[in-house]
Design a protein around this ligand. Structure first.
Ligand code: UT7
Length: 332
């Protein structure tokens, strides 16, 4: 059985906010933000919603795959910023696309969310339950960012990315023997809940029947340096494990498509893997950190630029809130 990514799509809000503009809101500068993170600007919603961007990205991915919405069996949206607690964003995508026969649900694994969703969809397909899955990563982080906290508000952006995962016909390879020819080759993922509070955003508080609790909004809180240390040690280790599982050497990988949190984290991972930095494409400068959406947005940008060629091996890797991490080796 060969399970491939056969289409990608993405959607970014129209509004672009530069570092310069942010420096008029909080005490920061383009110099600080760019030198510490690699971010120049980000897209922020102004009317768009998590569901509207998800549906647009998903529709584009289906179009890219040449697959109709009615053929989709499963829709998984990875997000921590759905518009409703219920229905799920995935159900909204189903309605918007008219993917009537699909089952739909959301996954919360923060910045690793797209990879967790991809693994989940793969497991359903591999088990023979479904043939076609839509996997979306989407966020409107601007809703949960404290615009008075310069240590977090400069980092995040909004957007959505999507991929279509499909069970393809068996191919032949090597000595003519019928084998699994590429597609999703290996996964690895994990979480460390004990350290979770270093990157957190509280949900709704108690709504006590007898006491009148005032509604207290909650925002993203992050111990940046702790998350940084977690990322630079965990991500290379996770990628090392997934490469071992796939029986693939780092040198065989054409691109490492990493969660876009900080260019310094990406450079450190490249160094630890002894891989050229050119193999680590970036969308940070124009998107910022879009949590679950960052990997599929970047993947779609690469796909549309013709950077992904059948037979090339790539690594996808996400890390962040949970704490969580997840990596995959994919033969395009
Ligand atoms: O997506 C989930 C995963 N998230 C991540 O991977 C994020 C990981 N962490 C990071 O990327 C970095 O820790 C940050 C970019 C968040 C922060 O960079 P840093 O080099 O760790 O800076 P810092 O927090 O140590 O702050 C250094 C200084 C502080 O001032 P003092 O105490 O040295 O005087 C901060 O108050 O920079 C100050 N600062 C700022 N200055 C201007 C913090 N934020 C800003 C700001 N503009 N926006």
């Amino acid at each position: 059985m060969v399970i491939r990514i056969v289409g990608t799509g993405s959607s970014l809000p129209e509004q672009v906010v530069t570092n310069e503009e942010l420096s008029r809101v909080v005490d920061t500068s383009d110099e600080w933000i760019f030198s510490r993170t690699g971010i120049r600007e980000r897209h922020l919603v102004k009317g768009e919603t998590t569901a509207s961007m998800s549906a647009e990205a998903a529709g584009r991915a289906l179009c890219n795959a040449g697959i109709g919405a009615e053929e989709v069996d499963l829709i998984i949206v990875a997000t921590i910023t759905g518009d409703y607690m219920t229905p799920s964003t995935a159900c909204e995508v189903q309605a918007a696309l008219g993917a009537r026969r699909a089952a739909a649900f959301d996954i919360n694994a923060a910045c690793s969310g797209f990879l967790f969703a991809l693994h989940t969809a793969y497991a359903y397909l591999r088990a023979g339950m479904y043939k076609t899955a839509l996997v979306v990563g989407a966020e409107t982080l601007s809703k949960i960012v404290d615009w008075e906290d310069r240590s977090t508000c400069v980092l995040f952006g909004d957007g959505a990315g999507a991929a279509v995962l499909h069970v393809c016909e068996m191919g032949t390879k090597g000595n003519g023997r019928e084998e699994e020819a590429g597609g999703m080759l290996a996964f690895e993922q994990g979480t460390d809940g004990a350290r979770g509070k270093v990157l957190a955003c509280r949900g709704r508080q108690n709504n006590n029947l007898l006491e009148k609790n005032p509604f207290v909004p909650s925002y993203v809180e992050m111990d940046g340096q702790e998350v940084y240390k977690f990322a630079v040690s965990t991500v290379p280790a996770s990628i090392g494990r997934v490469l071992d599982k796939a029986g693939t050497a780092a040198g065989e990988i054409k691109y490492f498509v990493l969660h876009q949190a900080n260019v310094r984290i990406i450079q450190s991972v490249a160094k630890r893997l002894k891989a050229e930095e050119e193999k680590f494409p970036l969308s940070l400068s124009h998107c910022g950190n879009v949590s679950a959406a960052s990997v599929p947005i970047l993947l779609d940008e690469m796909n549309r630029k013709g950077m992904l060629v059948r037979g090339d091996k790539i690594v996808l890797s996400g890390f962040g809130g949970g704490l969580s991490w997840a990596s995959a080796v994919v033969e395009w």
